[in-house]
Design a protein around this ligand. Structure first.
Ligand code: ARG
Length: 576
């Protein structure tokens, strides 16, 4: 359809030139798919702009353009119609649609980007030595979906898991562990570390002498003191093991190869500061090295504290320089919650001023909102603590299992378990991805597990239903891919048009970095599929060619749903 759309655009450009003169060729035809099939398949919105430019009534101009357009070389079924203030509504002819249908392919391959870029994408990045909680969910799954989409679009993607393994939190934890005689060789579990972390935090807040010792412990760690280092390594080890376990359950792409911890940049921090100071981007103020913004009143970015310590911002500056200069990124994408907006704006500006970000290189901060409970406050346990991610995933699978048992009691137990994992984890991910990224959303089990509406279960069920048609019909989707599509019913025509929009939907996610656009597309596709299925019998079609044509459409819908869900990091099931 990208094709259909560009053909229509070209025809409109010719019509504009013929009706209004060659000098108006550059007017953007503004062709979009129609919102309502009653008004045809596409709408062009160019008459308003031309009206303004020519001081004429848009409707009159639209009439003149339509008269020249005719049937657009056979693309249109009937003359285009002018509506409202000057919209041009166009309905495609059957041959044009069949042509488009014949070009549809199951979207399995990676498409080649017009201008392939090297994209570094920074996501997940939990702070270590704590159990992963609900607050780590969004960056992990949004980032993962974006990594998949950008790869699909033909870009080279380098994933970076910027884990927090070096902050001041380690000072207090180490101090507490050393004081309580903790043995780094022991068998430590993340849950125990969690408790120890709480204890250390408690002491840090209440015992000034402990807090002081904790500060010194950070310095000791940084200068390589063996005792501190051994404990630190043991902490990192267990935290990374736990993190990987969660990643596996979530089905995200991140592996140890993607780890670029904060500590990786340690030996680059001094140089980073020196360069910023030399470039006049940073200056010493009250003993600290600071980057000031436009106004000297706003809080500066402190990149070296008065005691000589470096912080989160220093690491990010070293990291962005590394990513652009060493990794060779054309685009760096940071999937980090909205509360860090200021931090990103400030260090992006500093890196730009320092001249580290070459021309044409993009830095994208991709913020997201908070997950809320039903009370519309940040989602917490009843006790008011952070919800453990592991617990969320357990509950998702258990709940999905109940939904499936009710829907299909005959599914064998082990298959049911597997389906429950796909549906439960898929539901959690999809509920997150389908919401407008920058907004907060309410975590609602019943809604995300519903078999109706814009949910993973609905899409997975649609996919499984299509597979069951193939099983019943004794035809494989591969065989069906070879059948000719002949579009006649409205249900079929809408499906073909929607299928043809897949590439555009994925491309728009690549540009906007908003995965919900793909969710909306898949939901609309599934909805149109169900409408088609109700009005157009497949296995009981009136004749063999019609049956084949409809099976080919079913196969394309299934392949598109599967690929789309795959780009969101969600696995389909053959039955449910
Ligand atoms: N560890 C950070 C946090 O928990 C997130 C890291 C995001 N990435 C970055 N380059 N700053 O807030």
């Amino acid at each position: 359809m990208a094709d259909l759309q560009s053909k229509l655009e070209a025809a409109l450009t010719e019509a504009v030139a013929a009706a209004l003169g060659d000098e108006h060729r550059d007017a953007d035809p503004l062709v979009r798919p129609s919102n309502d099939p009653k008004f045809g398949d596409f709408q062009a919105n160019l008459a308003m702009g031309l009206g303004k430019k020519l001081g004429a009534k848009p409707r009159d101009l639209a009439e003149q353009i339509v008269a020249e357009l005719g049937d657009a070389g056979g693309l249109l079924d009937r003359p285009a119609e002018v509506a409202g203030p000057g919209f041009i509504n166009m309905a495609l002819s059957a041959p044009a649609l069949n042509d488009a249908a014949a070009q549809l392919q199951p979207p399995t391959q990676t498409s080649a980007a017009a201008t392939p870029e090297h994209v570094v994408i920074d996501y997940a990045g939990p702070n270590l030595a704590k159990e992963m909680h609900i607050g780590h969910l969004r960056s992990t799954i949004i980032g993962d979906a974006l990594a998949r989409v950008l790869t699909h679009l033909g870009h080279t993607v380098t994933r970076q898991n910027h884990i927090g393994d070096w902050g001041t939190q380690f000072g207090m934890l180490l101090q507490h562990l050393i004081e309580t005689g903790w043995n780094p060789q022991g068998d430590h579990r993340i849950a125990d570390l969690n408790t120890l972390y709480q204890e250390a935090k408690q002491r840090d807040d209440n015992e000034p002498a402990f807090a002081e010792a904790a500060r010194k412990r950070v310095v000791a760690l940084q200068s390589g003191e063996p005792e501190a280092r051994a404990i630190w390594l043991a902490l990192i080890d267990e935290s990374v093991r736990h993190m990987n376990e969660v990643f596996t359950r979530l089905g995200v792409l991140l592996t140890d190869d993607d780890l670029k911890p904060e500590s990786f940049y340690n030996d680059k921090l001094q140089e980073t500061c020196a360069l910023l100071e030399q470039a006049g981007v940073a200056k010493v103020s009250d003993g600290a090295l600071c980057v000031f913004g436009e106004s000297e009143d706003a809080a500066p970015l402190i990149i070296r504290k008065s005691d000589g310590g470096y912080g989160y911002a220093t690491t990010d500056l070293a990291a962005v320089r590394y990513r652009v200069q060493e990794v060779g990124a054309d685009r760096v994408v940071y999937v980090v919650d909205h509360r860090q907006r200021e931090h990103f704006h400030k260090f992006f500006a500093a890196a730009q001023k320092a001249g580290w970000i070459g021309e044409g290189v993009r830095l994208d901060y991709v913020p997201f909102g908070t997950i809320l409970g039903k009370d519309r406050k940040p989602f917490k346990t009843r006790e008011g603590t952070n919800v453990r991610l592991g617990d969320v995933l357990d509950e998702a699978v258990q709940r999905a299992e109940r939904v499936i048992a009710e829907k299909n009691p005959d599914l064998p137990a082990d298959e049911r378990n597997d389906v429950a994992r796909a549906v439960g984890i898929g539901a959690v991910k999809y509920a997150d991805l389908s919401n407008d990224r920058v907004k907060d959303y309410v975590f609602d089990w019943d809604r995300m597990l519903s078999l109706e509406g814009n949910t993973a279960p609905y899409l997975l069920y649609s996919y499984a239903r299509i597979q069951s048609i193939f099983r019943k019909g004794g035809v494989t989707p591969d065989e069906a891919a070879g059948f000719a599509i002949d579009v006649s019913e409205s249900g079929e025509r809408q499906l073909v048009l929607k299928l043809a929009q897949f590439d555009a939907a994925v491309a728009s996610v690549g540009e906007s970095l908003e995965p919900h656009r793909l969710c909306t597309y898949l939901f609309e596709l599934a909805t149109l599929y169900h409408r088609f299925y109700e009005s157009c019998p497949v296995l009981k079609a009136e004749d063999e060619p019609t049956k084949h044509s409809r099976l080919a459409l079913c196969g394309l819908v299934a392949a598109t749903l599967k690929r789309g869900l795959d780009l969101l990091g969600i696995r389909v099931v053959e039955r449910m």
